[in-house]
Design a protein around this ligand. Structure first.
Ligand code: C2O
Ligand code: CU
Length: 486
């Protein structure tokens, strides 16, 4: 007999429920409502004991989506929303997510950062067959550990269609106190269907060397119609920064407010005050803002492409100002103290033994190779059939050797980036130690920048390790990490 408490939540494809309002429990989801850190946790702990089952339904389907002030776009979305609905559970609860595929092709969902059972990892052909059009799949796993995560399709470039969303596991005991919280999901946005880089699909011909994004968004809103996050003077506000982008690395800052980094990729760190941080695809940072500078301030995330920075507004309810000065950007976008990952100290680092096994990889690529688009693009010239290739030790997935490991080992991966692009490298199913923090995605910067990751092989199965720039991933910068039988 299953004695779990059941909390059933139906988020329908009609999209009637707002982001974050998907849970039927009244204590969850209303992000506008001030929450009082630990005291709120206590009452919720009683309301929802560990093992409570939280059910969600997600339907992936073609949707006409309106971006305020920009028009209507043909996207593929979860429950008609962009980003997808915020999935929320409390640490130790059980999540059951029923996914319906109403797309014209197969799909899966990957729960990025959660060290779940391999069969629930959502990688087509590796952990499950793709969910066929018209089909369903039920994902079920423990909501643990706490933290800010994301979920997305893991079927080719599908996330670029809009199949991405935030996933929050609330901690039962937090090392920080705050009065309210907001989720800030950063996205780069394509007006059209995604194509591999290098393919001659640019309007007017010529090889496409960067994805043709038309805007950078925070919570699905363009810079000229930004989301507004309200605060009261004196409050402490927790912001969950989640980069859902396909290829964009941001520099994030808030006008008039330094902030305190409290978590990286969901893992708690000793609080560290900075003015700005970099956030790569798949990465998350939780930060605390002390609201003691009344007014209306720009929140912004800039990239090194030509697009205007993504924007939102931090607005004090007790101030007469309702919008930042036209065009104002946070000073932190170009100056001030930028977070250096090496200065962060994780609070839940496991004891790491010396590695039993080390893999060395050189990251390279960007050159063109004959592409795989011939069949559908029969009329293209040979030059137009080229796609960009990205490699690890010269090999491009799937023509690449797996990393074979044994359960119980400490595994070290050394990365040396010899390419001209930064690579946010992500390991499925595990956290790794980088510097003095625990993360699941970390940037390897350009031009011989080296990074060392250590992880404990404690979650058997077949897992992906790849660059989270989706075009680099699709271009081959990916490996399988495979546990061998003992
Ligand atoms: Cu979020 Cu394989 O990735
Ligand atoms: Cu990359």
């Amino acid at each position: 007999m299953d004695r779990r408490t059941f909390v059933k939540t139906a988020i329908t494809h009609l999209g009637a429920l707002a982001v974050g309002a998907g849970l039927s429990s009244a204590t969850f989801g209303n992000q506008e409502k001030p929450q009082n850190g630990n005291s709120a946790l206590t009452s919720q702990e009683q309301a929802a004991p560990e093992g409570t089952l939280r059910e969600y339904s997600l339907t992936a389907e073609p949707t006409q989506f309106e971006i305020p002030s920009r028009g209507i776009f043909e996207k593929w979305l979860y429950n008609g929303k962009f980003p997808g609905p915020e999935i929320r559970a409390r640490e130790g609860e059980r999540l059951r997510l029923t996914v319906k595929n109403s797309l014209p092709e197969g799909t899966t969902i990957h729960w990025h950062g959660i060290p779940l059972h391999n069969s629930m990892d959502g990688v087509p052909d590796i952990t499950q067959p793709a969910i066929s059009p018209g089909g369903n799949f039920v994902y079920e796993f423990d909501a643990a550990p706490s933290g800010s995560f994301l979920y997305h399709s893991h079927f080719g470039l599908q996330p670029e269609r809009g199949l991405v969303g935030p996933l929050i596991v609330e901690e039962r005991k937090s090392h920080i106190q705050y009065d309210r919280e907001y989720t800030l999901a950063l996205s780069d946005f394509l007006a059209e269907a995604p194509r591999p880089l290098g393919s001659g699909m640019r309007p007017g011909g010529g090889a496409m060397v960067a994805p043709p994004y038309i805007m950078l968004l925070i919570n699905g809103r363009p810079p000229e119609a930004p989301a507004v996050f309200t605060v009261k003077n004196g409050e402490r506000v927790r912001l969950r920064l989640i980069n859902l982008s396909g290829a964009t690395i941001y520099r994030f800052a808030i006008g008039g407010h330094p902030f305190i980094v409290t978590h990286t990729d969901g893992r708690p760190v000793e609080p560290l005050r900075v003015d700005a941080l970099h956030l790569a695809p798949g990465e998350r940072y939780d930060v605390l803002v002390e609201a003691k500078n009344p007014g209306a301030w720009p929140i912004a995330a800039s990239s090194d492409n030509e697009l205007p920075p993504a924007r939102a507004v931090l607005r004090y309810l007790d101030s007469n100002e309702t919008a930042p000065r036209e065009g104002a950007l946070p000073e932190g976008l170009s100056g001030g103290q930028l977070l250096n990952l090496e200065n962060l100290r994780g609070m839940d680092l496991p004891e790491m033994r010396k590695p039993n096994r080390t893999f060395n990889f050189t990251l390279a690529g960007g050159e063109m190779k004959p592409g795989g688009m011939m069949s559908s693009m029969g009329t293209m010239s040979p030059a137009e059939m080229m796609t960009q290739q990205w490699t690890m030790n010269g090999q491009a997935y799937p023509s690449a050797e797996p990393l074979e490991i044994h359960q119980g080992e400490v595994v070290r991966i050394r990365l040396d980036n010899q390419s001209a692009m930064p690579h946010p490298m992500h390991l499925h199913g595990h956290f790794f130690r980088v510097g003095n923090v625990y993360k699941d995605t970390t940037i390897v910067w350009t031009h011989s920048k080296r990074v060392e990751l250590d992880f404990i092989a404690n979650n058997p199965g077949s897992w992906l390790f790849h660059c989270h720039n989706l075009y680099h991933m699709e271009g081959g910068m990916m490996r399988l990490v495979r546990y061998l039988p003992a």
